[in-house]
Design a protein around this ligand. Structure first.
Ligand code: NI
Length: 176
């Protein structure tokens, strides 16, 4: 039986990407707001309040989580581009998901993601390989590992698709 938590497998953490892989990941990042919009289209209130798996977040929480996770991605990218190997700030994502703003309608975070991904995508697209932008390091203290800007792109391109797959999987299983 497949793991409902990881429909696309574990998060990739490559230290570097080829130019073709970067283009593919960037395309996925640009497509995410529309993909997420589409996968929640037509869901009723009670469906939005349904956990995507037993014990998991509701559809609504998943959408709000993607927005706040990608706000962190934006901050991490800006830090990596402007400081020398910055240590990024982890956060308690499960606790964030219990705060009252997760009761808002999904449209609020879909609009946020639309604007955010315009900036995130533009910034990634502007990076210069000869200047070494993609290799700029940053450190995640919880994992005790140093990654690169390439890793960041791969992680968050995957992350958006990972959560879209959660919601699509629920819809498929429920026949919604
Ligand atoms: Ni996530």
């Amino acid at each position: 039986m497949s793991d409902l938590r990881y429909p696309l497998g574990p998060m990739p953490t490559p230290q570097s990407l080829t130019p073709v892989e970067r283009m593919e990941a960037l395309g996925q990042l640009f497509a995410l707001p529309a993909d997420l919009f589409e996968v929640v289209q037509g869901l009723r209130e009670d469906q939005l309040a349904t956990p995507y798996r037993e014990g998991g977040w509701t559809v609504r929480q998943v959408v709000h989580h993607v927005a706040e996770s990608h706000l962190n991605a934006f901050t991490r990218l800006k830090l990596a581009l402007t400081e020398e190997n910055p240590t990024v700030r982890p956060y308690e994502e499960d606790r964030w998901a219990t705060l009252p703003d997760h009761d808002l309608v999904p449209e609020v975070s879909l609009n946020l993601l639309d604007a955010l991904h315009s900036r995130l995508g533009m910034l990634f697209a502007s990076l210069n390989a000869e200047r070494g932008d993609w290799a700029r390091p940053w450190t995640h203290p919880a994992q005790g590992r140093t990654y690169t800007v390439d890793t960041l792109l791969a992680m968050y391109a995957w992350h958006g698709r990972h959560h879209v797959a959660h919601i699509q999987g629920l819809r498929d299983r429920q026949g919604w």
